[in-house]
Each structure stands twice: as structure tokens, then as C-alpha cells.
Write a protein that binds this ligand. Structure first.
Ligand SMILES: [Zn+2]
Length: 458
């Protein structure tokens, strides 16, 4: 029997230390080090042993131009939102992590995709639910597949044995925190266990070219180890977010070795599963009968997709001491900057006002093109006058109160037109060389905040 070896792991970021530390030197969190037993076998560390390797790996260096590169075709899932966030489908041999809070719908999404790919053999391994529980969930979905296999198992060695027999085209692990490998002694869900299991699955994915999806739970306080450590190991990280009380879910790419990280997928949670929302602007804009003060619509870009989004603000005299500044879904520093610009260049007296800003739909936005909509919404609330319903905005605001050009203005204008807006206010520098008369929507060109203000309530 080998001597028991233990190491201390930071449960937040996965940093290792031979002795206990009060403060993690790597992430700065206090009291996160936990002792874990790491007892590794002398030989046979790799549990995925593929005797016949499909391609002989060259061990000697080769000239770059002598290397033949054939791009393997991606597997298209028929779920447009997922395909988009993955950068155009599933890449063979990729390791994809889907992280999110418990109960947000990660398992539902993965099961639904497994059923949707009815021409592809999918093995869905669950350490969370029994086979009959998964069946019950699948029954609610209007999908059917002969190629979806379910395994309720948590031991990686057993899982690999089953894989060798079944030979699936896609592997789904729900969730990585429930797995344990016999090569590490510590409990399932601990940093060393999660790391070991992921390493084994990565080896499997790379050697066989099988895509692997890992579901990973994140708690609000980050107490469960895993996703942060995992993020460095996997190829793609997708975040599944949304308010559990709202029916909309957002799938966001936060890391992708095979595509852009700015993509966004939107789903609606229904009893029969998650429905991809093809036209998100329609759900992000509140349908309402009467005009409200402090509401303005901005045209933003998320990745390659234009979205129209509602910015709401409330400006009211501060009752207690220091005025409050609060923003939900929008950068607070950016809001403060815009408030300063409005105060200095627009002559608005905001110093004694509470300001609350909210991005509707629970979205987090960082596109500077929303500046103009934010300013319009603040002015509207300050003046107690609603912004006309047929008007929307796309422009960045500079420190001098100038309205600056934003990229891909054509897409934004086209989206606004598609959604029935009659007028869009943009920077006059953005439409240089663009024939604005070809649009049905009226393109109002402004260069300064004053010009925006003049045209705001007309
Ligand atoms: Zn740490």
C-alpha cells in the first residue's frame, strides 16, 4: 500500500499547496483550502486506453506547411441557438462545459439536444438522476430518438467500459461534480476529483474525436469546486443563465477555441422543454399600451446578432443624504460617466438625484452603442416625458457629449426596421457612405447630445 498523499486545494480556484493556507495566494479568497487525498496509482494513469490509435501521431517536429490540415465537419444540432454559441455546430473531439446554477435547466437542454440528434448515437450519463427520472423528463418533450442511450453511473472507469461497448458519437456527462475516478481518493465534487475526471474525459475526447459535453454546477457563492478549475481545461465554456422565476434562459459563450465568444442563444422554458427563441428582440421589448417615462430602446449587437433592448431608468430627487446610483445589467462606471456628461454638457442637474438604471429581460449588456438609448432614457425620466414609441437609438456617447459612430450600423438599422420602428437615431459619422434612403425607417443623424435632445420628444 502506497503512502497516503494529501494536498490542500483552494475550493474556489483550484490552487494547490502542500500545507494549509488561510488566504489563497492565487485568487485571494479566505478560508478556501481543504485537504484532499490524492493517491495515484503507479502505472496505468490513463484510464482511456485506445489500443489502435486512428492516426499515428508524429512525435518529431514537422514543418508547418507539410502538415495536412483537413477541417473536420462540424455536427449541426438543428438547435440554432446552440449551433450559434458553439460557432456553427459541434466540433469533433471537443470538450464543452455548460455551467450554471442548479435548477436553471442545463439537464433539460442536454437531454433535449440528445433527443434532437436522432441520427447520432448519444450516451447521456447521469450521476444526478436515475434512469426512470430521466425517462420521465424525456416523456414531456415532443421528441423521440432511437439513438439516445442513458446510463446512471458515477464511476469514470465503469463509464469508459460502457463507452467501449456502445461506441457513442457524443457523450454527455451530467454532472461533472458527481463523477469520481478510482485514481483519486477524495470525495466526488472536490477539486482534485473534478480535475482528474475531466482530464480522463479530455483524453477520451481527443483520442477518439468524440465530442463531450460536461454539465457543471455553480453556486452563487462559488462554494462548490469545479467550474473555475474546469474552465482552463475545456475547449468551450457555455454559461446558462437566467432568472429561475422568469421563463427566459440565456446561453452565452465565455470561452471558445473554435469560434467567437460574443455569441448568445435565447430559450424560452416551457413544460415540454426549452424552445429556441428565433427573434429575441420581440420578447426583450415589453408590450405595453401606454408610453412610460424613462424608457428608451437601443439597438445593440451580441456577436453577429442585432438585438433591440429596452433601457429603463428612474431619476428622482434623493430623499436621504447621498444620492444613489444603481444599475442592473449595465456597467455602473459607464452609467456614472454618462451622468457626468449629461450634467456637464447637457446642463442637467443630476447631483441631487437618485438614478436607477435597468436593462429589461435580465440581460447583461456592454455594447457602447447603447449609450444613446441610456441617455435618452435618463433624459426622459428627468423630464417626465416619454420617448415616442416609434423611435430607437444606436450610438456611443463620448466625454465631450459627441455622438460617435458604432460598428455594423446597417444590421442595427435593419433590425429596427424589421421590428416596426419608424425612426432610428444614429451618429452622423456612422452612416457615411451609406444610402439611408434605401430604408423605410427614417435614419435621424445627430453628432452631439444637444441635437439628440432636440429631436427626442418630437
Ligand atoms: Zn484560490
Amino acid at each position: 500500500m502506497a503512502k497516503t498523499k494529501t494536498t490542500f486545494f483552494c475550493q474556489n480556484c483550484g490552487a494547490q499547496s502542500p500545507k494549509w493556507l488561510g488566504k489563497c495566494p492565487s485568487c485571494g479568497e479566505w478560508n478556501t483550502f481543504v485537504e484532499e487525498i490524492v493517491q495515484k496509482e503507479e502505472s496505468g494513469r490513463g484510464t482511456w486506453k485506445q489500443a489502435t490509435s486512428k492516426e499515428k501521431r508524429a512525435t518529431a517536429p514537422r514543418r508547418l506547411k507539410e502538415i495536412n490540415f483537413e477541417e473536420q465537419p462540424r455536427l449541426v444540432t438543428h438547435d440554432m441557438e446552440l449551433d450559434r454559441v458553439l460557432g456553427g455546430g459541434i466540433v469533433p473531439g471537443s470538450l464543452v462545459l455548460i455551467g450554471g446554477e442548479p435548477g436553471i435547466g442545463k439537464s433539460t437542454l442536454m437531454l433535449q439536444i440528445a433527443l434532437m440528434l436522432n441520427q447520432t448515437k448519444v450516451l447521456y450519463v447521469s450521476g444526478e438522476e436515475s434512469e426512470s427520472q430521466i425517462k420521465m423528463r424525456a416523456e414531456r418533450m415532443p421528441l423521440d430518438s432511437d439513438n439516445c442511450f442513458v446510463l446512471s453511473e458515477t464511476n469514470t472507469q465503469t463509464i469508459f467500459q460502457q463507452i467501449e461497448q456502445l461506441n457513442p458519437d457524443i457523450l454527455v456527462i451530467d454532472s461533472i461534480q458527481t463523477l469520481h475516478s478510482k485514481h483519486v481518493e477524495s470525495a466526488a465534487g472536490s477539486v482534485s476529483q473534478v480535475r482528474e475526471c475531466t482530464a480522463e474525459l479530455m483524453k477520451f475526447a481527443k483520442e477518439t474525436g468524440t465530442p463531450v459535453f460536461l454539465v457543471g454546477h455553480i453556486t452563487k457563492d462559488g462554494a462548490i469546486a469545479g467550474p473555475k478549475v474546469l474552465e482552463h481545461m475545456v475547449d468551450t465554456v457555455l454559461q446558462f443563465e437566467g432568472d429561475r422565476h422568469l421563463s427566459y434562459r440565456i446561453l452565452r459563450t465565455s470561452k471558445n477555441r473554435f469560434g467567437s465568444t460574443h455569441e448568445l442563444g435565447i430559450y424560452e422554458m416551457r413544460t415540454e422543454g426549452l424552445r429556441p427563441v428565433a427573434n429575441p428582440s420581440e420578447i426583450l421589448l415589453t408590450q405595453r399600451e401606454e408610453l412610460l417615462n424613462g424608457v428608451a430602446i437601443g439597438a445593440m449587437m451580441e456577436g453577429n446578432r442585432p438585438l433591440l433592448i429596452e433601457i429603463q431608468s428612474l431619476v428622482s430627487p434623493a430623499t436621504y443624504g447621498t444620492p444613489q446610483r444603481s444599475s442592473t445589467g449595465h456597467d455602473a462606471k459607464r452609467l456614472n460617466m454618462l451622468l457626468a456628461v449629461l450634467e456637464k454638457r447637457g446642463g442637467m442637474r443630476l447631483g441631487q438625484q437618485d438614478v436607477f438604471l435597468n436593462v429589461a429581460g435580465g440581460l447583461r449588456v456592454d455594447d457602447p452603442a447603447l449609450d444613446l438609448a441610456v441617455c435618452a432614457s435618463l433624459i426622459s425620466s428627468y423630464e417626465d416625458t416619454p420617448v415616442p414609441a416609434d423611435l430607437c437609438f444606436a450610438g456611443e456617447v463620448g466625454l465631450g457629449g459627441e455622438v460617435r459612430a458604432v460598428h455594423r450600423i446597417e444590421n442595427r438599422i435593419a433590425e429596427a426596421e424589421k421590428l416596426g420602428f419608424k425612426r432610428i437615431m444614429v451618429s452622423k459619422y456612422a452612416v457615411k457612405g451609406l444610402d439611408v434612403n434605401k430604408y423605410k425607417i427614417k435614419v435621424i443623424q445627430v453628432s452631439k447630445l444637444e441635437e439628440m435632445y432636440q429631436g427626442l420628444f418630437t
